[in-house]
Ligand binder design. Structure first.
Ligand code: ADP
Length: 484
């Protein structure tokens, strides 16, 4: 039987230089279960003194870690992969308790995060350089790669395990040390992951974790330290801009996975069953709390009734409830602020003329639940067409021509992902080329994959995570000219 959260032992301290420890001032902050509003743990509330100790530990460990062998780093990642898989039920129970997602989704996230560890265990031993000749033939050019150096990692609450794994794994593979600040709403999963890295044999000081309720103090201590050489952040565009400004002061390498406003386009010739299935994944995974979540549905006028009717029927059949109970399809939102935002976006759309096909309300508490909702005839000036909804609400709008669909899809400052459903390969390829995004889901509602470069363009971010190039974010290039 799966372990319940109550029977799971939890790590709640900071992890600095290989040791679990309380915050210097002994402070803690509470972690809430969003399905029940119960406080499930108190976690060490690190401050700037703790941040300082963490970055210094990373600095001390960097030199030896950079000269560790690729095989050693690969083996640590491989062991961590195996431990994560073996601990799937425990990790899923922790994640569901602090974040709310249903256990089946939490297990899926554990598998995805584990795959990141396995992928980068395989990449660690394949870091290679290049060799060429100068244009005048008088010297040789040797190109080698080195770890960037100590990295600052900051992660969000929506995928507490996968977002950490997606940064820690390539950093380990490349030979970088790290200071890591997980989201304050979901620190327990990250601490459980760190425990696994220690068990897998990661040397002291390579990965240091400071949980805190004062994110800006801790992270700014690191970005201004002059020690950190890189920052990798996943979160809102707003905070990403703050961190980019901080990174500029020390010219730090920056990887930013920021917000999205994904269009989901259904052409007249789409396979509607396939489109509905893709829409369920693209909209409802993680209660819609994903930067890749479909935010705007543009559906050709000739198929809008069929698509909307079938989609709304499926959505109305979803079971909403505590994610810890088997059979739950949709858990709560993460916090009151998120619920308020979703409610006000739906109210605004209805006031501007949208029609509710299903949902449109939030049940009585406890828990931050919102009923899965489908709105159609949503006017283009509704706020939810321009704002990341981050909730289980689908907003559908008709279009009449390919050009119109493209124009609407690209009319945003974000550019993370777009979904296009069509049975015509020429249309599909045209959209793939013209959509201003980093990722395209062609007849699929899911793009995340360890073998794929995840990331966006425009204000959705900088850099890519995963895939063959994922490790490059943690490597510097050095060129040596050799006189011959
Ligand atoms: P969300 O809106 O999804 O919560 P945020 O961008 O606010 O996303 O948070 C993502 C991560 O960034 C979290 O770990 C959070 O603690 C951290 N964070 C928030 N504000 C700041 C800040 N000013 N400086 C550094 N980190 C921050």
């Amino acid at each position: 039987m799966s372990p319940s959260f109550e029977s799971t032992s939890l790590r709640t301290e900071l992890f600095i230089d290989g040791m679990w420890q309380q915050a210097t001032n002994g402070a803690t902050f509470p972690v809430e279960n969003p399905a029940t509003n119960e406080i499930i743990a108190h976690v060490a509330d690190g401050g700037t003194e703790d941040a300082n100790r963490a970055i210094r530990a990373a600095e001390r460990a960097q030199k030896a870690w950079a000269t560790s062998t690729p095989r050693e780093r690969a083996d640590i990642l491989r062991r961590a992969f195996e431990l994560v898989i073996a601990g799937t039920d425990r990790l899923a129970a922790i994640m569901t308790a602090e974040m709310g997602k249903p256990l089946t989704e939490a297990r899926g996230e554990v598998a995805y995060g584990a795959e990141m560890l396995r992928w980068f265990s395989e990449e660690a031993i394949r870091i290679s350089g290049d060799h060429t000749t100068s244009v005048d033939g008088n010297s040789r050019i040797m190109i080698t790669k080195e770890p960037v150096g100590p990295c600052v990692l900051v992660t969000p609450w929506n995928f507490p395990l996968a977002m950490g794994a997606r940064k820690i794994a390539p950093a380990i593979a490349a030979g970088c040390t790290m200071v890591f600040k997980p989201a304050e709403l979901t620190p327990l999963t990250s601490l459980a992951l760190v425990e696994i890295f220690k068990e897998a044999g990661l040397p002291d000081g390579v990965l240091n974790v400071v949980t805190t309720s004062k994110a800006s103090n801790v992270v700014e201590n690191w970005t201004s330290s002059g020690i950190a050489r890189k920052i990798s952040f996943t979160g809102s565009t707003e905070v990403g801009k703050i961190l980019l400004r901080q990174a500029a002061d020390n010219v730090m390498r920056s990887s930013m996975e920021l917000g999205g406003n994904a269009p989901f386009i259904v052409m007249a010739d789409a396979d509607i069953e396939k489109a509905v299935e893709g829409a369920m994944k693209a909209k409802m995974r993680n209660m819609g709390e994903a930067c890749t979540a479909a935010n705007r549905f543009y559906v050709h006028r000739s198929v809008i009734d069929e698509f909307s009717g079938k989609f709304a029927k499926k959505i109305s059949e979803l079971r909403v409830g505590n994610g810890a109970l088997e059979g739950t399809d949709v858990g709560p939102l993460i916090e009151q602020k998120g619920l308020d935002k979703v409610q006000s976006l739906v109210t605004d759309a209805i006031e501007k003329g949208a029609r509710v096909l299903t949902g449109g309300s939030s049940p009585e508490g406890p828990g931050y639940f919102y009923t899965p909702t489908v709105l159609t005839d949503v006017p283009l000036n509704a706020n939810l067409m321009h704002t990341e909804i981050f909730g289980p609400v689908a907003a559908i709008t008709p279009f009449d021509s390919e050009d119109e669909a493209l124009r609407l899809a690209n009319n945003t400052e974000w550019g993370l992902v777009a979904y296009i459903f069509t049975e015509n390969v020429n249309t599909a390829l045209r959209f793939s080329a013209e959509l201003e995004v980093g990722m395209v889901g062609m007849n699929t509602g899911l793009v995340s994959n360890p073998a794929a470069p995840f990331g966006g363009i425009k204000q959705s971010g900088l850099g890519r995570e995963g895939g063959k190039i994922g490790i490059d974010e943690y490597l510097e290039i050095k060129y040596t000219a050799i006189q011959t």
